[in-house]
Design a binder for this molecule. Structure first.
Ligand code: AMP
Length: 273
């Protein structure tokens, strides 16, 4: 079996394909790709045949599309994205921010920063930051602002060429929102929209408990920790609705339904920005 890919970047799609074919009795298995981005590939599998190595830029044409556009171009072009889009995905734990960020980052060529994921990565790797964050996360409390804000800034700095960001799980306090505005301002950037995914608490608790079974996340397995995260949200994060409404940047979207249905609702907001 030869898997023929158009472009391999992080390797996520490839991982799914390899998984699919590894369950067959294929005698031999090779991977070929027209384009390959070594800078961001996770390196899990060897790419046997590479047409051309390219930097981590967004390409369109010859079957590759950007938001459904450009697929039929006869040559391959690098997208010259001049207008930045920066989004905050807002909502209680379990609202679907991470799931939707995964869809939107592909669709709009944005960099996804989830502060929860960065903390979990640090915990897994036993860093000083991870050890500090763990004590708060285990209880479902927020990690202190100074720590979180510094970390967020570093994550943004790591991506100087990004065409925009999706902030997921940040800001969660007014101090974080103000720090984000000041930081972006210093870089001539700004938040274009804060979009809230709305769903009732009982639905969210059920979703989180289900997620906890699969992910093993301890803060998703205990209803009292979940309720504490909701309390933290109501006290510290909910006031941000007012903060962004004053800036005329707050949008609300129904977070109940199929993943694709909800992505469509979010896209309707983003496409009008
Ligand atoms: P999440 O994956 O977004 O649900 O975040 C999991 C946990 O990470 C939270 O319950 C907090 O303990 C911590 N955390 C994530 N983002 C932040 C933030 N912006 N401020 C403070 N704590 C955070």
């Amino acid at each position: 079996i030869i898997i023929l890919e158009d472009v391999i970047d992080t390797g996520r799609t490839l991982k799914k394909l390899v998984h699919l074919f590894s369950q067959t009795n294929a005698k031999e298995f090779k991977i070929a790709s027209l384009f390959y981005k070594p800078d961001i590939y996770n390196g899990e599998y060897t790419i046997d045949y590479v047409g051309m190595e390219i930097p981590d830029t967004f390409i369109v044409g010859y079957g590759l599309d950007y938001n459904e556009l450009g697929r039929n171009l006869r040559a391959v072009y690098q997208l010259n994205q001049t207008t930045m889009i920066n989004l905050v995905l807002f909502g209680k734990p379990g609202a679907g921010k991470g799931t939707q960020a995964d869809v939107l980052k592909e669709k709009y060529n944005l960099k996804h920063i989830s502060t929860g994921d960065v903390f979990r990565y640090n915990i897994k790797n036993g860093t000083e930051l991870g050890t500090l964050a763990k004590s708060y996360m285990d209880k479902g409390d927020l990690v202190p602002d100074e720590v979180t804000i510094d970390m967020l800034k570093q994550e943004v700095e790591k991506n100087p060429d990004a065409a925009g960001f999706i902030f997921d799980g940040f800001p969660r306090t007014t101090a974080q929102a103000e720090a984000l505005d000041n930081f972006l301002d210093s870089k001539d950037m700004q938040i274009n929209a804060t979009i809230a995914l709305e769903a009732e608490d009982d639905i969210l608790v059920a979703r989180l408990l289900e997620r906890g079974k699969q992910s093993g996340r301890t803060d998703d397995q205990d209803e009292s920790k979940i309720r504490n995260r909701f309390d933290e949200y109501n006290q510290k994060t909910a006031p941000l609705k007012d903060y962004y409404e004053k800036q005329d940047k707050f949008y609300s979207v129904n977070g109940i339904g199929d993943i694709s249905e909800i992505s469509e609702r979010l896209s309707q907001v983003i496409d009008k920005l």
